[in-house]
Ligand binder design. Structure first.
Ligand SMILES: [Zn+2]
Length: 278
């Protein structure tokens, strides 16, 4: 599953290519919308909500529709010059949006549907506060996390209903920076807001064209790719030495919970002991 930052970058690229332009042709390659043609509609904006992409359109008679897509594991939106040759196989294309200036093609999309813009809440209304959103609300996110205090923090961080935007990479990295084992119950994490602040900084550090820059968090710890260091503190670094203490990083799995996908966790057994402090 992509992290929220990659979805935000995709939204920014689609917005730059499509916003303000009129669609000259559309092709929805899913049965439910196969006959839909939105030629003549104008793209107002493209925004990300958590890991969901919303392409907002305005019709000839001022109607408003939203193309809602989700990248899931394999999905991607790509932008080409008009008629340009695609870099992915045509049979994986699910949505083609053409303007006079560009073709936008969504490949292997996990979700593709068209809803009335007024009804967007039916597709993204379940999401918790968005770490990258203008309406980020740390108090509400903490409330949602603490509503199920016994859930492992590593599971809760991936539950987009509690807070939106974190994928497996930053779940692992944020737990490491907080000195928290991903299996600890939410209630054992002493400072949830600091952990979320680190996750937010990790996501933000990867948003712009200068992604992977070093950023110091409020506690003076570099987040994101530090100069001269490997890309991550723990993610996919199993058997390699911890960058803080030298203990070999371990890989494990957390039990699957509703609304989340089971993914590997990476942690330092010294910096993130399995047993929380009493
Ligand atoms: Zn360590």
């Amino acid at each position: 599953m992509p992290e929220g930052d990659s979805v935000w970058r995709a939204a920014a690229q689609l917005h730059a290519a499509l916003a303000g332009h009129q669609l000259t042709d559309t092709d929805f390659r899913v049965p439910r919308f196969a006959t839909l043609n939105l030629a003549g509609w104008k793209v107002n904006e493209v925004v990300a909500r958590g890991k969901h992409l919303l392409i907002r359109l305005q019709g000839p008679a001022e109607e408003r529709l939203t193309i809602h897509s989700h990248l899931k594991m394999e999905g991607a939106w790509q932008i080409y010059p008009p008629g340009g040759r695609w870099r992915k196989p045509g049979f994986t294309a699910r949505c083609v949006l053409r303007t006079a200036a560009a073709d936008a093609v969504g490949f292997s999309l996990g979700i593709l549907e068209v809803v009335r813009t007024a009804d967007e809440s039916t597709v993204v209304g379940h999401l918790g506060p968005d770490l990258l959103g203008p309406d980020w609300d740390v108090v509400e996110a903490e409330r949602r996390l603490l509503a199920e205090p016994e859930v492992p923090i590593g599971v809760a961080l991936l539950d987009q209903r509690k807070l939106a935007g974190i994928g497996n990479i930053y779940r692992c990295e944020a737990c490491f920076l907080a000195g928290v084992h991903p299996a600890w119950p939410v209630s054992a994490v002493a400072d949830l807001s600091a952990l979320m602040a680190d996750a937010k900084q990790l996501l933000e550090a990867n948003l712009g064209p200068g992604r992977r820059t070093t950023v110091l968090n409020a506690r003076g710890v570099p987040v994101g790719r530090a100069a001269g260091r490997p890309g991550y503190w723990v993610y996919r670094r199993d058997k390699q030495p911890c960058l803080k203490c030298g203990t070999p990083i371990r890989r494990g799995v957390l039990a699957k919970a509703a609304g989340t996908e089971e993914r590997d966790i990476y942690f330092c057994p010294t910096c993130q002991p399995l047993t929380p402090p009493a």
